[in-house]
Design a protein around this ligand. Structure first.
Ligand code: GDP
Length: 408
């Protein structure tokens, strides 16, 4: 009997010890990490039934929310004030994975091969012609033609040919290296090395910087807005996107997808709704959440100039109720050549363009359009698109561009 009692006692002690171990090991797992972020006031998940001695630990029984789940509600949630505060664990759809875009420094160098592929004919063609033993009138005409075919434009072509003629004459006999150096210098002068190519995203006021992106549909406007959001996020800025292209059905979804990938909220309105009111709301949202930059994608229907002027003019006016625009970027498809120039002219009459984005320079574009469009508008090319990939947008660097033109 005594043995039996002893055995029971031993068994009870053993069970107690084991369950104690389990609890304490569970408690150990439940300990919050030292730097656990404070939960936001919107999280109101009721605590589960408290157990004596476990009050402090009980809420930790819930699965931990990730930063994304807590801080990044979807655009719809952001725009519709919730009627009742809900537990985001139950209400929110799974938060998308946030990507870390690659840094912008050195992008153009990385993408130079692509640029060079599409620009080869201009630089190489010029070098071959300039290397001829006798530079007669016919050769100079061919040089002129090469520049015109590459969309450099009439005036800049004439200027360049004049300067090249003069310098080649002074040089006399020329080595291939000398010619290359000379052409590089002259092309750089033409492209311009002292223009301010910064994309201005900082406001002088205590409000977000406001950037409006304009251009004809199909030029890559929405894609560029998305890529630019990534550039800004890579630089550590918080961004709100305004989907004011309410005319192209897919544009808002497309922009929102770009935004979600980097954790930027997209403000959108009803399809075919008023673009100006979406733009206004986007800036309002940017101010409310203390964002660094608000990027506004606009519709670019070139139906009539008056129509465009009314539309963009209104967007601009309405946005400026919040504060001045810091940058108006015109997106041009570099493969459209002269047509792109016509578009540039029309947009410049409607709004004050402060920078140009040339897209699709990875394709069949002729690099000369950079020179032509800058001349046309008196505004610098600030960014170039070199592919459909999310980080295929690079700051425009004249040296790297000219090097790509004439090859290594
Ligand atoms: P939007 O109508 O002006 O907003 O034009 P989208 O942004 O929808 O772009 C039109 C098409 O051009 C899409 O298929 C883009 O992927 C493509 N695109 C945009 N930028 C570039 C670029 O730099 N290079 C290439 N190859 N395609 C581009």
């Amino acid at each position: 009997m005594e043995i039996l009692i002893l055995a029971v006692v031993i068994a009870l002690v053993a069970v107690g010890a084991i369950s104690g171990l389990v609890v304490s090991s569970r408690k150990k797992k439940q300990l919050p990490p030292p730097q656990a972020p404070p939960s936001t006031p919107t999280i109101t998940a009721p605590p589960t039934e408290p157990h004596v001695g476990e009050e402090a630990e009980t809420p930790r029984d819930e699965p931990r929310r990730t930063i994304e789940e807590v801080d990044l509600p979807t655009a719809e949630e952001a725009l519709e004030a919730p009627a009742a505060v809900e537990d985001p664990l139950v209400a929110a759809p799974p938060a998308p994975e946030i990507e870390i875009p690659e840094p912008t420094a050195g992008r153009l160098v990385r993408l130079r091969a692509r640029l060079a592929r599409s620009q080869n004919s201009l630089g190489k063609g010029l070098l071959t012609l300039l290397s001829r033993e006798h530079l007669d009138e016919d050769t100079w005409e061919e040089i002129e033609e090469t520049l015109l075919t590459a969309d450099v434009g009439v005036m800049p072509t004439q200027e360049l040919v004049e300067r090249l003629r003069e310098r080649v004459r002074v040089l006399g006999t020329r080595t291939p290296e000398e010619l290359r150096g000379l052409l590089r210098e002259e092309l750089l002068t033409l492209v311009g090395t002292d223009l301010d190519r910064t994309v201005h995203t900082e406001s002088d006021l205590d409000t977000p910087g406001i950037v409006m992106v304009v251009g004809v549909n199909g030029t890559g406007k929405t894609t560029t807005t998305g890529k630019l959001a990534r550039v800004l996020v890579a630089d550590g800025k918080s961004v709100v996107l305004g989907a004011a292209d309410t005319f192209r059905a897919a544009a808002a979804d497309q922009l929102q997808t770009w935004g979600e990938r980097v954790g930027a909220r997209t403000v959108r309105g009803p399809e075919a709704g008023d673009p100006a009111s979406v733009a206004y709301d986007a800036v309002k949202e940017g101010i409310a959440e203390g964002a660094d930059v608000v990027l506004i994608d606009t519709a670019g229907r070139l139906h009539t100039k008056t129509g465009l002027m009314d539309e963009l003019g209104k967007v601009k006016r309405v946005v400026e109720k919040h504060g001045p625009l810091d940058e108006i970027l015109l997106v041009l498809d570099a493969t459209t050549g002269q047509n792109g120039l016509v578009q540039a002219r029309v947009f410049a009459e409607v709004v004050d363009i402060t920078g140009i984005v040339l897209t699709k320079l990875d394709g069949t574009a002729k690099g000369g359009i950079v020179v032509a469009v800058q001349r046309e508008l008196g505004v610098p090319v600030k960014l170039i698109g070199l592919g459909e990939g999310p980080d295929d947008l690079a700051p425009f660097e004249p040296e790297a561009f000219v090097d790509a033109l004439i090859g290594d």
